[in-house]
Design a protein around this ligand. Sequence first.
Ligand SMILES: Cc1cc2nc3c(=O)[nH]c(=O)nc-3n(C[C@H](O)[C@H](O)[C@H](O)COP(=O)(O)OP(=O)(O)OC[C@H]3O[C@@H](n4cnc5c(N)ncnc54)[C@H](O)[C@@H]3O)c2cc1C
Length: 346
Amino acid sequence: MAERVAGVRLAPYTTLGLGGPAGAFAEAGSAEEIVELVAAADRAGEPVLVLGGGSNLVVSDDGFDGMVVRVASRGIEADGDRLTVQAGEDWDALVARAVAEGRSGIECLAGIPGQVGSTPIQNVGAYGQDVSQTVVGVRVYDRKNGDVTELSAHECRFAYRHSVFKDEPGRYVVLAVTYELPAVGGLSGPVAYRELAVRLGVALGERVPVARAREAVLELRRGKGMVLDAADPDSRSAGSFFTNALLSAAEAAELERRAPGFPRFDMPDGSVKVPAAWLIENAGFPKGYRRGAARISTKHTLALTNPELSATTADLLALAREVRDGVRERFGVTLVNEPVMVGVRL
Ligand SMILES: Cc1cc2nc3c(=O)[nH]c(=O)nc-3n(C[C@H](O)[C@H](O)[C@H](O)COP(=O)(O)OP(=O)(O)OC[C@H]3O[C@@H](n4cnc5c(N)ncnc54)[C@H](O)[C@@H]3O)c2cc1C
């Protein structure tokens, strides 16, 4: 069994560089070790935090009073179009490998930090792709039933930044993910995001060489501070702090009254998606807006950052609340946080 260490500070394990100590901390080098550690903590009645790359976490300054299981399992198995990947593999490295093999389906998800095992949790997505389009199965440890089982993509109930893993938080620990990534003549999936299509100089729906799609996405992401880079203070974030707003028809009508002509994307189910960045900027919070040691990224309105690594979690949340309340006051829309909160609430 992996060694348990007390009092490890969590800040260095998160991309925000925030978070106090863990009650206990252990690194799990295999799926078996992950299951052993989580099952032992459950038997002892200890709270468990499964820690991947820490790129979607806001951890309390008081830390986490329980067992932190840091996932470090490795291994990739190829079977025709399918890759089955252990949870602890680095996501961006997997994208690079798939692209080098000419496989398509995840090239637009290049540059997203974190581990493979976390990608189904919030159905990671960017530039017109999300993992629900390629995941065919997720091997999990089910803490409720105490067994290891395989969930189909259907059972994952994927939606925009959502899945069964968010519906039933903490129930499943992801051990491995199987993706279907066929090689389609070395071409990408149809380009489905306007900004990317413009960058590539193609029409929406066209395909380009898969490596070119990946490169273009990485360039766009670097321009927004959305690729981890020790030299870029804007990348000391948890990615987008707020999800885009999904409004009912009645809520959209109310917003139209307050902000005629607001940017809207009508969804097939009748709801209306509104870019959170537009709401934030138009509520008076420009890029670079600062509150104490926490700052909105100077390149991307949606990212809240700890630029000098001098902020506390309390500082970051004070900024997040100011933004959320300002948007609610101006537009009547309540923004929801994307990162997972550990021991704190927005
Ligand atoms: C600069 C930057 C850019 C980003 N861009 C994007 C983007 O474009 N699109 C996007 O969707 N996200 C983006 N993110 C958010 C983040 O990278 C993703 O959500 C990523 O999948 C988180 O992976 P992680 O391993 O770091 O997870 P962590 O932050 O370690 O954990 C996140 C959640 O998943 C749980 N978890 C982790 N591993 C497992 C497991 N094996 N089993 C069960 N639960 C687990 C944790 O308990 C926690 O609840 C960005 C973040 C940063 C910092």
